[in-house]
Design a protein around this ligand. Structure first.
Ligand code: THU
Length: 126
């Protein structure tokens, strides 16, 4: 699965975002070490704090399907520079794959590439 294909998957997922309050749509595509792809979009709620980010939707979908090793997470927004995952999503991802690549893209074709450990170097550990 190429980076380009993953970005396309995240873009398609973003179209399913439910974001009537912020109007900020996010799509995520998560590539497992075994080569499968799980996608997610942000889902907001009238009780704002119940909103779930696109990245965590994708991680929870993968983990609840039995996948726990991730190679790459792609996040697509309509923001320049491309938005990075929030701290909560980075912490959730760290639980499973500290070396995951993070690719942030937008609708204009801008792309930034990171490593999870670079974006969250001091994750919480029990
Ligand atoms: N959001 C995400 O989906 N991912 C992030 O990493 C940060 C923020 C969503 C939550 C909310 O629906 C909207 O973006 C604005 O904060």
């Amino acid at each position: 699965m190429s980076e380009e294909e993953l970005i396309e998957s995240a873009k398609r997922a973003r179209l399913k975002a439910y974001a009537p309050y912020s109007e900020f749509k996010v799509g995520a595509a998560l590539l497992t070490s075994s080569g499968k792809v799980y996608t997610g979009a942000n889902v907001e709620n009238a009780s704002y704090g119940l909103t779930i980010c696109a990245e965590r939707t994708a991680v929870f979908s993968a983990v609840s399907s039995g996948e726990k090793e991730f190679a790459s997470l792609v996040v697509v927004t309509d923001k320049s520079p491309p938005a990075k995952p929030c701290g909560a999503c980075l912490q959730v991802l760290t639980e499973f794959s500290r070396n995951c690549s993070i690719v942030c893209a937008n609708l204009d074709g801008e792309i930034t590439r990171h490593k999870l450990g670079e974006l969250l170097p001091e994750a919480f550990e029990l």
